[in-house]
Design a protein around this ligand. Structure first.
Ligand code: FES
Length: 163
C-alpha cells in the first residue's frame, strides 16, 4: 500500500493487469529488462517511479540498474508525456534561418522548456537535430504535422489548433 504522491489516472486496474501479463510473458527470460521497460511504457505512457521499482523487484535487479537503463535510453520517458508532442528543429538549416528564435518563442507559448510537459498534459516540448525537411526551415512538427517557413508570430495560431 503506497501513499501515491500524485493522482493515479483512471483505468489503473486494467493497467495493473497488463503489467502482470507483461511480467508473466518475460518471467525467467534473460535480457528481459528492455522489453519489459518498453512494454510498461506502452501501458502507462511513461515509466512511473513506482513501476520501475516493481520491475526491479520482479527481475530481482537493483533499482539503480533499472533506473540507470531507463534514463540512459532516449526512448524511455520517466515523466508523463503530453497529448501533443511539439518538436522544434534546431538543426543547421533551421538554425541559420532562426530556429533558436522559434524555440525561444515556443517555450514562451507553452510555458515549458526542452523535454518538459505542460501541467495540463496538453503539450510536451522537445528539440530535434533535423526533421528531414530542411527546405522548409525553420520547421517544427506537432505530432505528425509539419509546420515550415515559420516566424515566431505564427506559433500562437499553430498551438491553438491542438487540444
Ligand atoms: S535542419 Fe531542420 S529540418 Fe533539417
Amino acid at each position: 500500500m503506497s501513499e501515491a504522491c500524485c493522482a493515479e489516472p483512471a483505468g489503473d486496474a486494467q493497467k495493473e493487469k497488463e503489467l502482470q501479463q507483461l511480467f508473466e510473458k518475460w518471467r525467467g527470460v534473460k535480457g528481459a529488462l528492455i522489453p519489459i521497460l518498453q512494454g510498461a511504457q506502452s501501458i502507462y505512457g511513461y515509466l512511473p517511479k513506482e513501476v520501475l521499482l516493481r520491475i526491479a523487484k520482479e527481475l530481482k535487479l537493483p533499482p539503480s540498474r533499472v533506473f540507470g537503463v531507463a534514463t540512459f535510453y532516449a526512448q524511455f520517458h520517466l515523466s508523463p508525456r503530453g497529448r501533443n508532442i511539439v518538436r522544434v528543429c534546431l538543426g543547421t538549416a533551421c538554425h541559420v534561418r532562426g530556429g533558436a528564435r522559434i524555440f525561444e518563442q515556443m517555450q514562451k507559448e507553452l510555458g515549458v522548456g526542452n523535454g518538459e510537459t505542460t501541467p495540463d498534459l496538453r503539450f510536451t516540448l522537445e528539440t530535434v537535430a533535423c526533421l528531414g525537411c530542411c527546405g522548409l526551415s525553420p520547421v517544427i512538427m506537432v505530432n505528425d504535422d509539419t509546420h515550415g517557413r515559420l516566424t515566431p508570430d505564427k506559433l500562437k495560431g499553430i498551438v491553438e489548433r491542438y487540444q
